[in-house]
Design a binder for this molecule. Structure first.
Ligand SMILES: [Zn+2]
Ligand SMILES: [Zn+2]
Length: 733
């Protein structure tokens, strides 16, 4: 679906070869801590200052006659987890000037942390005997040590076998292939507090994930980006005796791409339990391994065909194996990425693809992309190109007539999935499905992962009747055929021990001023895929710019892939929390704004597809025109509440996008018909000046629609910025 994808991935792969596997852990990435002022000690009524009213509030609370609830964190001077007479006395001392509230603080986000009631200072972190810095539990220990120091100031020793202190956090990395290890699999986890000690259990990734889970759930940490980590302030935290959490992720392949930080990176990617992609330098046991194909990701026939058609040099004397493979690859020609698919029944074609697969993947391994085939996390891609020009030769037609094009290529995938076992026992192949048809008799091999790509309509939630009643998007497609196919494939994969993964496209691909209004959709569609279609892998396609909540979408999507039982209310709370962290105190206004954007999208009266369709067709112009002042007012209110220059910048960018959409909707009324010329020009000037002065990029593929270089009131902004790409006839009211 996404053009250029396979090409880009190959380039990244090649570039990635210089990264040394086994380098020291990279804790040097600049990571700033956004320490939240969740409460102010002594400000028990939360009015922003510490004064006599707070003292009164505590006294009335203690006397049982208070009318308003107080902030217990702010009242807890002695950090015993409750508000009592000594706290009231301490506050009085502060108000009289005898003491200062600073005397009761230690400058840390968690003043007091206990595990099972025991002070964290009395603990050591205990790894199994024999664990080395090549094992993931060692990283888990380092992470825990680092964050505990940052959050509480406590410096815990790391030791092996037996604790060097009274209390212990045992990090028990099990052998994946042991009987108990098999219960947890690659990334299942358990942590529990028993007899005052904390036990963390997992195999390859489970102990690392446990640490991130504990940081999020108990210690108030949010891994919002690779550069910034947000931390709430807590007076007292206890991970209580009897705590017992066990997690076995339902979605086993999780990717949420965006332009915020390197894949594999500790502060965002791994912290949000993203585990998938093609295999990179982070695919070592110390980082817990990744799940995905080892060489090429999607559309691998593109490279396999080139390799399969290449020839080894005549004289290979003195050449290493990898040099020979590289020379063979270089000598072959790429096929036409967007106009060709291989014949699915010709034995010679198959031979080239299959050989190409073995050789390309071998080459990848020699570059240092570590195979974890035995562990079941490494796959080989074996997959069609990025187009729907399927083979229609006699033999292929014989099959596709009954089995559809998906069945035609499924039988090709199956053959390779069986044949490859001779070379790499246990390896699984991953193949893409674009066709909306499905086979009558052909079923997937147990070593196959099918990756179904995209849906036909991005405006309507999966399974929503409304989509079937509308006319369909640009190409007339709607979701009904996807729903049927996805349900079919989901059942078929379960019956045959294969897996169904899904490539989801909520990203705003091209027209950066017109964010795809699909934040609630993302929740419902993801849930539908997991709960109704047995999807066990999700590839969230991100990219483009950070304008218009694109990073928010990728973040909440990553969270949802891990916490698949999240309710819609919890999802909305998470959206608001992200807004709070990134945009400041106006998060409620921004949430309201998102809901209005969504409504404008719903009312556009049609289906659309966000990576191809026209931006002018993703919103109801009527709705935007009618509600412009209210929507703009919400953004202005949020702007006034923003606390940092970064937050203000993000909201100003939203304002630019809001103005662009609304002025496009109001151009005729306000400017052409002269009903509000002055305000039109004022807003237009501000918008364009801002775009110029901040070097905003308004379209993906230049030079198609460059940023306008002059003020032009006469032309509708949508047309001025995006010319013919702006709208299609007869759609949006
Ligand atoms: Zn054919
Ligand atoms: Zn639709």
């Amino acid at each position: 679906m996404r053009k250029l994808l396979s090409v880009l991935l190959v380039i990244v792969m090649l570039a990635g070869t210089s990264v040394t596997v086994g380098a020291a852990y990279d804790f040097s990435l600049s990571q700033s801590f956004l320490n939240d002022e969740t409460f102010l000690l002594g400000d028990v009524n939360g009015d922003g200052s510490v004064n006599a009213v707070d003292s009164y509030s505590i006294r009335t609370t203690l006397a049982g006659i208070a009318t308003d609830a107080i902030d217990l964190d702010a009242a807890d001077f002695d950090a015993d987890g409750k508000c009592a007479a000594p706290d009231s006395y301490s506050l009085k001392l502060c108000l009289s000037g005898a003491r200062s509230t600073a005397d009761f603080e230690n400058g840390k986000q968690i003043y007091k942390l206990t595990v099972g009631g025991n002070d964290i200072k009395d603990f050591s972190i205990v790894l199994n005997e024999g664990i080395t810095d090549e094992d993931n539990s060692y990283l888990a220990a380092l992470l825990l040590k680092k964050y505990l120091k940052e959050l509480t100031g406590a410096e815990l020793p790391i030791c092996y076998g037996t604790p060097v202190s009274e209390r212990a956090i045992y990090i028990n990395e099990l052998d994946l292939f042991s009987e108990e290890g098999q219960k947890y699999g690659v990334e299942g986890l358990r942590y529990e507090v028993k007899n005052g000690d904390l036990y963390i259990i997992g195999t390859l990734r489970g102990t690392m994930y446990s640490v991130y889970e504990i940081l999020e759930r108990y210690l108030g940490v949010r891994f919002v980006s690779n550069e910034a980590t947000f931390v709430y302030k807590n007076r007292v935290v206890d991970i209580p005796e009897g705590t017992a959490e066990e997690i076995h992720p339902k979605v086993t392949f999780r990717v949420a791409r965006h332009t915020f930080g390197e894949r594999g990176a500790l502060n965002h990617y791994l912290a949000n339990k993203l585990n998938g992609d093609y295999i990179s330098s982070y695919d070592s046991k110390r980082y817990g391994t990744l799940t995905g194909p080892i060489y090429s990701n999607a559309h691998s026939f593109y490279e396999y065909w080139k390799m399969g058609n290449g020839t080894y040099p005549e004289n290979t004397e003195g050449m290493t194996e990898v040099q020979m493979l590289e020379a063979k690859f270089a000598s072959g020609d790429y096929p036409d990425a967007y106009g060709w698919q291989p014949c699915a029944t010709d034995g010679n074609v198959y031979k080239k693809l299959f050989t190409g697969m073995l050789e390309c993947n071998r080459m990848g391994m020699l570059w240092g992309n570590t195979p974890f085939i035995d562990e079941g996390v490494t796959l080989f891609s074996f997959s069609i190109l990025d187009n729907q020009h399927y083979c229609t030769c006699r033999n292929c037609t014989k099959i596709s007539r009954n089995e559809g094009f998906s069945g035609l290529y499924l039988q090709l995938y199956n053959k390779a999935a069986v044949d490859v076992q001779e070379y790499y026992p246990g390896v699984r192949l991953m193949g893409i499905i674009y066709a909306k048809d499905y086979p009558k008799t052909i079923v997937p091999d147990e070593n196959l992962v099918l990756l179904y790509c995209g849906v036909s309509c991005d405006n309507h939630i999966l399974g929503m009747e409304e989509c079937y009643e509308k006319g369909g998007q640009l190409n007339g497609m709607k979701n009904d055929s996807d729903i049927e196919a996805l349900n079919f494939w989901g059942d078929l994969c379960v019956e045959n021990d294969a897996e169904l993964w899904f490539w989801i496209y909520p990203v705003t691909y091209h027209y950066y001023l017109c964010g795809c209004p699909n934040i609630p959709n993302l929740y419902y569609s993801t849930k539908y895929l997991i709960d109704e279609c047995n999807v066990t892998g999700l590839f969230y396609e991100g990219g483009g710019r950070t304008y218009n909540f694109e990073t928010l979408k990728a973040y909440v999507s990553a969270q949802l892939m891990w916490k698949t039982d999240m309710t819609y209310d919890e999802y909305c709370d998470m959206v608001k929390e992200y807004l709070y962290i990134n945009y400041g105190d106006g998060y409620e206004e921004l949430f309201e704004y998102i809901m209005m954007q969504t409504e404008a999208g719903d009312r556009c009266g049609t289906c659309f597809i966000n990576n191809y369709d026209r931006p002018g067709d993703m919103y109801s112009y009527e709705y935007l025109a009618e509600n412009y002042e209210e929507m703009r007012g919400l953004l202005e209110a949020a702007l006034a509440k923003a606390g940092t220059p970064e937050q203000r910048g993000r909201i100003e960018t939203l304002l630019v996008c809001c103005d662009f959409m609304a002025l496009s909707s109001l151009h005729t009324d306000w400017y052409v018909n002269g009903n509000n010329v002055e305000l039109y020009c004022e807003r237009y000037d501000w918008m364009l000046e801002y775009i110029w002065s901040h070097d905003m990029v308004t379209f993906s593929d230049q030079p198609l629609y460059p940023v306008p270089d002059k003020i032009d009131y006469e032309t509708n902004p949508m047309v001025q910025f995006y010319e013919n790409g702006s709208r299609r006839p007869g759609v949006t009211p």
